[in-house]
Design a protein around this ligand. Structure first.
Ligand code: GLC
Ligand code: CA
Length: 563
């Protein structure tokens, strides 16, 4: 039997602070804006809010580039606004989880400024907080980078520092130098940061880029070289140190981030006795429609037909790796992926149907769920027509890469429109008034112009709206967490590439979910002997038959009470 923890029976909502709600009308979402929307979230069934980085930052990567860990960004408010938010959340019995960026700082962080300046009295100490290598030279005696590793945002991972005649490592943007976690003083400094926010009342951390903390210090060359800065076993030691000293004694919720982890690794991260994280953000289901088509547009930017099978198998695999040795996490997407309704659903004729289908298929599964802001109203990918509308640091390098690989501007723009992280970062659509009710002034990133149709206010009153579907399901999870959250999932026809069906077996009830993931009619076959006594519970009214025809995106939930 699993020992119940508070973070298992809560519903998490991820807020991308910059784009959620601008309470002081300067075009940027803020902490006061979150506070003002707490009742909206409470009604939605949310118990825990994860807020993207709120720290002082030059905003090269919207706050993942931290300049001062002890300060709130003036874009978002100040320490008293933060305390106020925590207090208001507590009054409503809600928890606040903040992003914790451990892998790197901003190049404008005090530590890095000292680290790159050999004349500074504290140079030696802080120089070792970062990762440096001497230049190499080619046959023409020209200075070249220590390795050809490629950063997660495209482009090289090394930039030159004249004053020390060295390169510093950055696996993200060049304004985000990587920290040296082997350095004990750095680790102690980071623990102070963590303790500072614990003392301010946070209930947990989402630990950013957590599988990158350790690097291969032999610095072998290789392209792209990811294996030299991802999932190197020693990073578990750093996480464990933080868990034993801070995360666990304070009963915090911690979410780690790691793609493609093996069973061994997953259990290290979230196994009940392994003292690292509580939940793991995995990505196996996130790109079920990528596929190599040509050399011009590759990786996550390349798009082919959706493999529904891959989504089901990814979750199935995750459940089977963890079993009852840890706890599962379910979510469609975060601020790094396209909008799920554009990605896996339909934004035209079947917008509502497909968004409801996505809600039904995911949120009757076991585990702790995360809903990403705007998902609950079916917000779509950007409708921009010009590359200058985009804001994400990654977009510009990758756009150039595509063009230099031979893509036309049109092809590159289309790939950016389909896949870029900005898709998830347009302002939240609250109503049909100016800027969708996000702000009274021009927002930092353009609002999607479909806010007149897709917004909270418009969906609030409609019983069958996307918003009310989310409200119903999320609140129902709270009522029946025993059977849903702690259930045991079995996919039905897992190899079928059109349907999405499973039974979630609980203690006293079983839930059966039947859905069509396609924009055309499909046929499914069920062995009815296995499905006796199921009764219609929620979604589209269909009756269970051994051979069923499902309309586009039709989805339905059945329930069976155990004797
Ligand atoms: C994580 C974040 C992403 C950020 C990166 C660097 O992957 O989710 O948004 O750019 O880390 O901090
Ligand atoms: Ca603001």
């Amino acid at each position: 039997m699993i020992e119940k923890k508070w973070w298992m029976t809560t519903n998490i909502y991820q807020i991308y602070l910059r784009s959620f709600y601008d309470a002081n009308n300067d075009g940027i979402g803020d902490l006061l804006g979150v506070k003002e929307k707490l009742n909206y979230l409470k009604d939605l069934g949310i118990g825990t809010i994860w807020i993207s980085p709120h720290y002082d930052s030059p905003m090269d990567d919207n706050g993942y580039d931290v300049r001062d860990f002890y300060k709130v960004s003036s874009d978002y408010g100040d320490i008293s606004a933060f305390k106020d938010l925590v207090r208001s959340a507590k009054e409503k019995n809600m928890n606040i989880v903040v992003d914790l960026v451990l892998n790197h700082t901003s190049d404008e962080h005090e530590w890095f400024k000292i680290a790159k300046d050999p004349k500074h009295p504290l140079h030696n100490k802080y120089h070792d907080y970062y990762i440096w290598q001497k230049p190499k030279y080619n046959n023409h005696k020209e200075r070249i980078r220590p390795t050809r590793w490629v950063s997660w945002f495209g482009g090289p991972t090394w930039d030159y520092n004249e004053a020390t005649d060295e390169y510093y490592l950055h696996i993200f943007s060049k304004k985000m130098p990587d920290l040296n976690w082997r350095n004990k003083e750095l680790r102690e400094d980071m623990k102070k940061v963590i303790k500072f926010w614990i003392d301010l009342g946070v209930d947990g951390f989402r630990v950013d880029a957590s599988n990158h903390l350790e690097k291969n210090w032999d610095f072998p060359d290789g392209v792209p070289g990811y294996e030299n800065f991802s999932s190197i076993p020693k990073h578990h030691e750093y996480i464990k140190e933080l868990a034993l000293e801070l995360f666990e004694p304070y009963n915090l919720l911690t979410l780690g981030e790691s793609g493609g982890a093996t069973k061994d690794e997953v259990l290290k991260y979230v196994g009940f006795d392994s003292h690292e994280f509580n939940l793991l953000i995995h990505f196996g289901h996130c790109w079920a429609d990528t596929g190599y088509t040509n050399d011009k547009i590759t990786g996550k930017w390349s798009k082919t037909d959706l493999r529904v099978v891959d989504i089901k198998k990814s979750y199935d695999h995750q459940y089977k790796m963890i079993e009852d040795k840890g706890f599962n996490l379910i979510y469609w997407h975060n601020h790094d992926q396209p909008r799920v309704v554009s990605h896996y659903g339909n934004t035209k004729k079947y917008h509502v149907e497909s968004a409801r289908m996505l809600a039904i298929t995911l949120y009757f599964m076991p585990g702790t769920p995360i809903v990403y802001q705007g998902e609950e109203i079916g917000m779509t990918n950007v409708m921009y027509n010009d590359i200058s509308d985009f804001r994400d640091v990654e977009v510009f390098t990758e756009y150039k890469n595509m063009i230099s690989n031979g893509a036309s501007e049109k092809e590159a723009l289309q790939a950016i429109k389909d896949r870029s992280r900005d898709n998830a970062r347009t302002p939240m659509q609250w109503n049909d008034r100016i800027n969708g009710g996000f702000s009274k002034v021009k927002p930092w990133i353009n609002t999607n112009y479909n806010y007149d149709l897709i917004n909270v206010e418009a969906q609030d009153k409609h019983k069958d709206s996307i918003l009310n579907t989310y409200r119903f399901i999320l609140n129902h999870r709270l009522v029946d967490n025993e059977n849903i959250v702690f259930g045991d999932i079995k996919f039905i026809n897992i190899n079928d590439n059109e349907s999405f069906c499973y039974i979630n077996q609980g203690k006293s009830k079983d839930y059966l979910v039947i859905a069509n993931f396609r924009d055309y009619e499909i046929k499914i076959n069920l062995d009815l002997d296995d499905f006796q006594d199921f009764e219609y519970f929620y979604g589209d009214k269909i009756s269970l038959k051994s051979e069923m025809i499902l309309n586009p995106y039709q989805s339905s939930v059945f329930i069976r009470t155990k004797a």
